[in-house]
Design a protein around this ligand. Sequence first.
Ligand code: LLP
Length: 462
Amino acid sequence: MHLDRPPGRGRGGVGEGVLTVAARQADGLAAPGLAADPALLLGDAGLSRHEGALVDGGVTLTSVAREFGTPAYVYNADVIRRQFRELDEALAGVPHRICFAVKANSNLGVLRVLRDLGAGADIVSEGEMARALAAGFPGDRIVFSGVGKREDELRAAIGAGIGHVNVESMAELELLAHLAAGATAPVPVGIRVNPDVTAETHPYISTGKRGIKFGIPLDQVRPAAAVIRAHPGLELVALAMHIGSQLTDTQPFAEGAARLVDLVHAVRADGTTTLREFDVGGGLGIRYHEEIAISPRDFAAALVPLVEPTGLTLYLEPGRFLVGACGVLLTRVLFRKHSGGKEFVIVDAGMNDLERPSRYQAYHAIIPVQQRPGVPFVADVVGPVCETGDFFALDRDLAPVAPGDLVAVLCAGAYGFVMASNYNTRPLPPEVIIDGGRAWLSRPRQALASLYSSERVTSEER
Ligand code: LLP
């Protein structure tokens, strides 16, 4: 995939593909005369149509917009439950723990749904740990990953008694050994291995290849395990990997896991007796467009035969798979405009609210909340932010929409709100959860004053 092409044109962003007949089949994207099959994307998202209106978990998105305004993130709790159970059931034959990657969506209401399902949490910062604890995850169900943990973050993790810390370098291991000297019980450690496998995805989120910053290289794993064995304050409980995100093929998972299995044998032969967990990371892709996602059943079939003979508990760290499809970004069309031979649909959400299209040229389906008669057309869907890169879709086939209409940007539950910013001094959008046929506000729209009220105008001001 090439990053040097004009953004959004051609193949290769995360979840993006060439516009094909199949791609146009999503609701509202279908050109006349093509067999439209809205069922796939709508079904994934827990959406349906009733008299032309989009219904999300029994609630019309029009009523959600009326109550909470736009732009707004809306999450369907039953979709999260469906995704979790599908994965959990596929792995029912082996001891396993699904640790939700909090970075994908750290909303407390979403975290609570996952905690109630029995999930653990995978975190990469003290902030995510605080959120996981606030949502009620027990410390020992939390895994701390990340290539650049600070000393105070590691101290806090030890203090919270978290499940294990995945170390990503020999230097981090030394620091952890130093901190563990003062701990009351041995600190459980995982070694995140860089298994040197190529995972086909956007290069920004491919993380298991030699020469990128993540993980401990294969040849340093046994020395790292030796350091841990020699230190009474540390206990090696896990070997881990995370090879990339939005993966649609089981092959790299199996390849990476096979290398981890070899290492399990090697460190055991060297004298390690404390291993409990085999952590294959996250990365399960979802359907944004025309991708065929890995089914949990195929995932289990690829991994279980490798992991089961080790006797270790299979750990997973999925983020996108659990929450990607559950979310829509609800936004309103402000204007339509024709300029330079092109048609533009200008909406009230911007790249600050959902960054994925502009950052990765990622494809997100965009559909009208209330269908209206008219002719489908081709347009760029853009936001109000002062950058040409502020777009949600380029040259997209769209169902008829007019100023004032609501549109839903699909698959926005993962890496949506969590990557939002205040750029252009725009307040963060609200987060609404639909559960049990009712929409409730988990996080209100950020108040304008809070954007600047903690700043001082001059050094003299108190
Ligand atoms: N575990 C570790 C150590 C990770 O770094 C990640 C994601 C996950 C688990 C969860 O991966 P998932 O199951 O969600 O694929 N912002 C990008 C995605 C970045 C993923 C980073 N690491 C996007 O919008 O596509």
